[in-house]
Write a protein that binds this ligand. Structure first.
Ligand SMILES: [Zn+2]
Length: 407
């Protein structure tokens, strides 16, 4: 479970990385005031591990850790049968590194979950974000994907907000409520989308976030379809939803254009490949004056994702969350990217956690380990030297996120 380095060069790179102040370029962490009052127990530490448990057969769903009405012990009783199936995987490894560092715990069992439970609640206190992120991890700035821009300390934690997803009447009504205005026509929706962008920028957001998805060219006369979801609760067909998503994205991108804000996009990681980065290529090519950041290395589509960044000057790529899935896939993909993606277009780290800043530690440690292995292998092959390796890593972990996100 611990970090394993095999030679002096790997160790040197790892040690250098451990001293570096970095930008954590992607989290979903809530404002600290929300963290403090959330009804937490030990199971909240499972964030990604629960997905593996569900894949392994647990029927309680991925939101089970946050369910109320069950005692911490009862939650463990339900999850326990699935722990052996997932405990040697990458999600669990990263969590366990954090549990060891923060709580001295190396496994989940009846005794350790009680200890975790007590300690997790004790850590729900003012100032804990900085303890966990700044003092433990050397993080200088965090970019969090907020549900809203409200409630954040906009100096330490900068915010990106989602491009609204509006492909049916229910989503339209939610957006109406959020904006506090009535939307009964296509023109009113268009105005509200532009106003949303304006408000986010005025509130200090550093960018916007979406998910790469099919965004087909708009057909002539899309207005009646937009009006249709304003007037009708029926869910549109798959093809219509894609056209609506395409229309909403274009209206938002038109509003973002000229504001010097980046658009980040979740890429890869869904098994159905709906977030295949190639689906988004034409849109990013069309909006060449907007900077896009493709997230998660596009895992498992690392080649396709890197290849887009190789060809489109306005697309950068982000390693956040990529090693969460598989460190081996991550290292292989990164070795290839170093062959063909310019190093000024890569952002190096993002923890991708929602609630528990304690988990960032394990993720950062395995990134340091992987960076050490990948660069040491290139040094051994005579492709780069130590100083140049550290220079590239500093660009990825500080200079590039600072420049592209203007934090
Ligand atoms: Zn994320």
């Amino acid at each position: 479970m611990d970090i394993h380095l095999h030679d002096e060069m790997e160790q040197r790179i790892f040690d250098e990385l451990s001293k570096m102040t970095i930008i954590d370029a992607h989290e979903h962490l809530r404002p600290e005031a929300e963290f403090i009052k959330a009804p937490m127990d030990w199971a909240w530490l499972l964030q990604y591990v629960i997905n593996d448990m569900v894949a392994a057969g647990f029927e309680g769903g991925v939101y089970f850790p946050y369910s109320e009405g069950l005692s911490p012990r009862e939650k463990w009783e339900k999850l326990k049968p699935f722990w052996p199936a997932v405990k040697h995987g990458q999600f669990a490894r990263i969590m366990l590194l954090g549990l060891k560092e923060w709580f001295g715990v190396t496994d989940l069992n009846e005794q350790t979950i009680e200890h975790l439970d007590r300690e997790v609640r004790r850590q729900q206190r003012a100032g804990f974000y900085k303890e966990a992120l700044v003092r433990k991890c050397g993080i200088g700035k965090v970019i969090s994907n907020g549900k809203t821009w409200e409630g954040y300390d906009h100096d330490f934690m900068r915010v990106i907000v989602n491009i609204p997803q509006i492909v049916c009447q229910k989503q339209l009504r939610e957006f109406e409520q959020k904006m506090g205005r009535t939307i009964r026509s296509v023109a009113q929706l268009e105005e509200a989308l532009a106003e949303y962008v304006e408000r986010a920028v005025a509130a200090g957001c550093v960018g916007f976030k979406t998910v790469v998805q099919p965004v087909p060219p708009l057909p002539q006369g899309i207005a009646p379809l937009v009006q249709h979801i304003i007037d009708n609760p029926a869910i549109p067909s798959e093809a219509q939803r894609q056209q609506l998503a395409s229309w909403v994205h274009r209206r938002c991108l038109d509003a973002i254009r000229g504001k010097d804000k980046i658009v980040a996009a979740h890429a890869g990681t869904y098994a159905d490949l709906s977030s295949h980065p190639v689906n988004f290529y034409a849109l990013m090519e069309e909006y060449r004056d907007i900077q896009f950041d493709l997230f998660h290395m596009g895992i498992p589509l690392t080649r396709e994702t890197g290849n887009i960044a190789k060809h489109l000057p306005n697309v950068i790529v982000n390693l956040n969350g990529a090693a969460l899935t598989s460190q081996h896939m991550f290292e292989a993909g990164l070795q290839e990217w170093l062959d063909f993606v310019p190093v000024n277009k890569v952002i190096g780290f993002g923890g991708d956690y929602q609630w528990m800043p304690q988990l960032v530690w394990g993720h950062l440690q395995i990134m340091r380990e992987s960076f050490a292995k990948v660069f040491a292998a290139r040094i051994r092959r005579g492709m780069i030297d130590f100083d140049a390796s550290i220079d590239v890593l500093r660009q990825w972990l500080w200079d590039n996120p600072k420049r592209y996100y203007r934090v």
